[in-house]
Design a protein around this ligand. Structure first.
Ligand code: ZN
Ligand code: ZN
Ligand code: ZN
Length: 133
């Protein structure tokens, strides 16, 4: 017998790699008419095998949070070469590509960039003084 009502509830998050919504959790609910005349409801919660929400086989484990990712979502920080999951990655867009950093390296880099900017500013002050002579 067909269920009286089907309900699906998806919990999703935006995925910067595929540009689509990624399913974190799926809840399915069915209302069925039981033989004894009562209306029963049945709920199934589907937990995906991998922490990235995919049912594919695991490609690697994140060094920061220990979660498992599939081939698509698993990545390596371009600076320290350690494996990271999607949640722990920060993507920096350059002209032609997306570079993946772990949070630690991204912090280090943005700090360095701030210092470099201050350095350039000080240098420009110095060279202006030289020009005045
Ligand atoms: Zn992680
Ligand atoms: Zn995945
Ligand atoms: Zn790193």
């Amino acid at each position: 017998m067909n269920p009286l009502r089907r309900k699906k509830k998806y919990e999703v998050t935006y995925d910067p790699i595929t540009g689509q919504d990624r399913i974190l959790n799926l809840t399915e609910e069915e209302l069925i008419h039981a033989d004894d005349g009562s209306v029963d409801s049945m709920e199934v919660q589907r937990k995906y095998f991998l922490d990235c929400g995919c049912n594919a086989s695991a490609a690697g484990k994140c060094y920061q949070c220990d979660s498992l990712s599939c081939q698509v979502h698993y990545g390596i920080c371009c600076k320290c070469q350690k494996p990271i999951c999607l949640e722990c990655s920060i993507f920096v867009e350059t002209d032609d590509q997306k570079i993946r950093y772990c949070k630690t390296c991204h912090e280090t880099i943005s700090r360095k960039q701030r210092f470099a900017r201050i350095g350039r500013f000080l240098l420009s002050l110095l060279s202006e003084e030289e020009n005045d002579e």
